[in-house]
Design a protein around this ligand. Structure first.
Ligand SMILES: Cc1cc2nc3c(=O)[nH]c(=O)nc-3n(C[C@H](O)[C@H](O)[C@H](O)COP(=O)(O)OP(=O)(O)OC[C@H]3O[C@@H](n4cnc5c(N)ncnc54)[C@H](O)[C@@H]3O)c2cc1C
Length: 416
């Protein structure tokens, strides 16, 4: 097995890993990002780019190029319950240059970040490279073992950033165990074609389910939210019930179900997981994004929190690495301290405050969710729901470009 050395190894080329890798390379630091897949064309795993992420891209000076990629914009999230319709979150009220959610396929976002990263000499993305375990000396992480099509290799580094998602093998190899919250729901995803000018309310409640319709341009991304662990029951009740539920919300969509959702193969199950590491680090290792805190898809915040983690990581570890040092545990601790509050706040909202928005029993209608009722009563709150989802606590920023560290080098940000 041959061994190589670099300053930073990032495991995982998702939103967290790609952003962390490119922002460190932007500061002139040698970074290798390992991605186990050959491309980014994987199953649907969330395509919501929130105002916080759009602002980061704007601050990097890339926003026009980014928004030239195919996307749709959502300015309000509407909720329809038996109690009536509510504009639950109104992004147009939160100000800023990009007061909307951009729905963009995640592979476009990741391809974009790859292109931008490759502008920096220190940025190296290795595809088809799966990190199998950490290289450890006593309690200290020194690098990773990697399986590649050319055979195994060992990659040593000053710091390993684990951004390998919610089933992180790196955190397991480090013996870091997450505490798991009770996930309030599971989700079935499928697609239906969208007719020109067809408009939908974002969220509908029904008997034993919640239906979310996401406008993806020429199709609807449908999320049929069911009680946690309820997939077996839903399957037993049959595709007919699923089709009837959609038809009860919208006859037009219901009629398309028969042709476009022919079998359960057209329906994908997401078992929702909400967890968080108590400690995000070990000497030589930092976990970020879903590897540190798997998020529920409620609010579509996972990608955006992963990006915020990456910006904070590059901002806080960049200067240490630029000074030629390996980050110490106290440096890693600072990153966790910075990012834990926003993560906790969002998970609290996802698991508790929105709890009555999730179906609990297939026989009962999701009637009058408290959060929607409050926003319906006090409509000014929909500015704050939009702000919490779209921007959130402790938003990170990209700082001014400073000299030093090679072409394009700069600081990656100062927090607000
Ligand atoms: C079905 C689904 C729908 C979702 N919907 C939304 C949504 O609408 N909006 C939203 O914001 N969030 C959504 N999420 C969550 C969102 O996808 C994650 O929160 C976000 O992608 C986290 O980013 P990440 O970079 O931390 O991890 P990931 O995006 O999971 O990226 C991890 C990367 O690491 C790679 N990898 C894993 N193990 C290894 C290894 N050992 N070696 C090398 N590479 C490895 C993986 O291939 C992957 O590319 C959804 C998730 C799912 C599954």
């Amino acid at each position: 097995m041959h061994t190589e050395y670099t300053r930073v190894v990032v495991v995982g080329g998702g939103p967290a890993g790609m952003m962390a890798g490119l922002l460190l390379a932007r500061q002139g630091i040698e970074v290798i990002v390992l991605e186990k897949h050959g491309d980014f064309l994987q199953d649907f795993r969330g395509d919501t780019v929130h105002p916080s992420t759009l602002r980061i891209i704007e601050e990097l000076g890339w926003i026009e190029e980014f928004l030239a990629l195919p996307h749709s914009k959502v300015r309000t999230i509407g909720v329809q319950t038996p109690a009536g319709y509510t504009d639950f979150a109104d992004f147009s009220k939160i100000g800023g240059k990009h007061p909307y959610i951009a729905f963009m396929p995640q592979w476009h976002v990741l391809d974009f970040l790859t292109r931008k990263g490759s502008q920096y000499p220190g940025f190296h993305l290795i595809r088809n490279a799966e990190a199998t375990e950490l290289v450890q000396d006593a309690d200290e992480v020194r690098g990773v073992r990697v399986s590649t099509p050319d055979g195994p290799m060992e990659l040593r580094a000053d710091i390993v950033i684990a951004a390998d998602g919610r089933h992180s093998a790196m955190r397991e190899s480090a013996g870091l165990k997450p505490s798991v919250s009770k996930s309030p729901m599971d989700v079935l995803w499928f697609r239906l074609s969208r007719l020109p000018d067809e408009r939908q309310t974002f969220l509908h409640t029904g008997q034993g389910f919640v239906l979310i319709t996401i406008d993806r341009g020429d199709y609807w991304q449908m999320a049929y939210v069911i009680p946690q662990g309820g997939y077996a029951t839903v399957k037993k009740q049959g595709l007919e019930r699923l089709r009837a539920d959609v038809g009860a919300i919208d006859a037009g969509l219901g009629s398309r179900m028969l042709e476009e959702v022919e079998s359960w193969d057209d329906v994908k199950l997401l078992t929702v997981r909400v967890d968080r590491l108590r400690t995000w680090h070990r000497p030589g290792l930092l976990c970020i994004g879903d590897a540190a805190h798997a998020m529920s898809p409620a609010g579509g915040v996972g990608i955006n929190l992963a990006v915020q983690d990456a910006v904070a990581t590059a901002r806080m570890l960049g200067p240490v690495l630029r000074a030629g040092r390996a980050p110490e545990e106290r440096d890693l601790k600072k990153v966790q301290r910075r990012r834990e509050l926003p993560v906790r706040a969002v998970q609290l909202a996802q698991v508790n405050m929105l709890a009555d928005l999730y179906p609990k029993d297939r026989r009962k209608t999701v009637e009058r969710p408290f959060a929607a009722r409050m926003v319906r009563r006090f409509s000014f709150l929909n500015k704050w729901t939009a702000w919490f989802v779209g921007v959130g606590l402790r938003s990170e920023h990209i700082g001014p470009v400073v000299a030093g560290g090679g072409s394009g080098a700069g600081t990656s940000g100062v927090g607000s």
